[in-house]
Design a protein around this ligand. Structure first.
Ligand code: GLA
Length: 357
């Protein structure tokens, strides 16, 4: 995927940054509630090559960006409204760098990626972190990996308009292949937890693109804030599973939304303990419970995802659940290595619109 810059701009790039996609194993819609998450990087990646703008383009600040996946080259300038396309993500990151006090000159960026879009595996965070890494290297900026994650999240919150939490940017920036990143989103403390060697993290797209427009996602976020306010806590992180009966008294649908977040936080803690103890069956049961909670309490699943998760289980997955923001996209399942090919064939026979990611 390197070589795009040279092909586009006729010069070698001065720096390169890359970042992976992710699957989240447990802890969905907990990150904007100060809660716990357990994502892991996937082998898909986005590569961004960067270089200064030619001298003729430096009188005003202009960012020339090429996206190989879309075959598009655009010029973006600070102060422009968002366009609603891929170029909002890099521009948002550059604007956040400037807002953080870094002098950002005119630049050229060449972007290439094999991360499927709309699969719910966070193509956006991979793009943000890859852009920020490329620009960090280009301008020799003093930014650590947590600072990169925070800038990426802010770009999405403030420029793109998606009120996401910080899970995706943190795993894109700090994740390690073959390990789960146990993250406490309240203080951004992380711990790498090895994944079992005998099982595979399988991701299967249901065939309906996940489209996280601000709409439904931001609504869920507001519902959580309303539930926390009604309970008199700063965030739902401050409510434990010992207080579930208090949630039942909240007006609908706040009680169900809060119950998902509170029980999901506990599932992450239990899941980390299960992984450390080598209790894969327990981990799988927690994934299944997480799916049911997303489907029934948080209502972020769709029938195609539910049917896919059912099929995954019926054909032998140890656990299966909706991964990512929801409303389409993919399931993540834990499957024994040796059983994977047969399992996948049977699931795809059940669900012809699905595809392995
Ligand atoms: C999206 C957001 C994340 C997180 C998940 C749901 O991927 O970007 O911050 O909230 O949804 O867990």
């Amino acid at each position: 995927m390197n070589g795009t810059f040279l092909a586009m701009f006729g010069a070698a790039p001065d720096s390169v940054g890359e970042a992976p996609a992710r699957a989240n194993l447990l802890g969905e819609h907990t990150d904007y509630n100060d809660g716990f998450v357990l994502p892991t990087p996937l082998a898909y990646r986005t590569v961004v090559e960067a270089g200064p703008a030619p001298a003729s383009r430096r009188a005003e600040t202009v960012f020339t960006m090429h996206a190989a996946q879309f075959g598009e080259t655009v010029e973006r300038r600070p102060g422009e409204p968002k366009r609603g396309d891929w170029s909002d993500y890099p521009l948002g990151c550059l604007l956040e760098l400037a807002a953080a006090g870094h002098a950002i000159p005119s630049l050229r960026l060449a972007i290439d990626s094999d991360v499927p879009i709309g699969a719910g595996i966070s193509s956006s965070a991979a793009l943000e972190v890859a852009v920020l890494r490329a620009v960090r290297a280009l301008l020799d900026l003093d930014l650590d990996d947590v600072a990169i994650a925070r800038l990426g999240q802010r770009a999405e919150n403030r420029y793109v308009g998606m009120q996401c939490g910080i899970m995706d940017q943190m795993v894109a920036s700090l994740g390690t292949f073959g390990q789960a990143l146990f993250l406490d989103t309240r203080d951004l403390v992380t711990e790498l937890v090895p994944l079992p060697a005998a099982e595979r993290v399988a991701v299967v797209h249901c065939g309906v693109a996940h489209k996280l427009t601000a709409g439904d996602y931001n609504t869920r976020r507001r519902e959580c804030e309303a539930a926390a306010a009604a309970l008199g806590v700063e965030s739902l992180r401050d409510v434990g599973t010992d207080a579930l009966d208090r949630l039942a008294a909240l007006p609908a649908p706040l009680g169900r939304r809060a119950r998902h977040v509170v029980t999901e936080n506990q599932r992450v803690l239990d899941g980390v303990a299960a992984l450390k103890a080598g209790d894969i069956a327990r981990f799988g049961a927690l994934m299944d419970a997480s799916h049911a909670s997303q489907r029934d309490d948080y209502e972020v699943s769709i029938p195609e995802i539910d049917a896919l998760a059912d099929s995954a289980k019926r054909h032998g997955a140890i656990g299966a659940r909706l991964t990512g923001g929801g409303f389409g996209g993919s399931i993540v399942a834990l499957v024994e290595n040796g059983a994977y090919e047969g399992w996948l064939a049977r699931v795809l026979a059940d669900r012809p619109a699905a595809r392995a990611i």
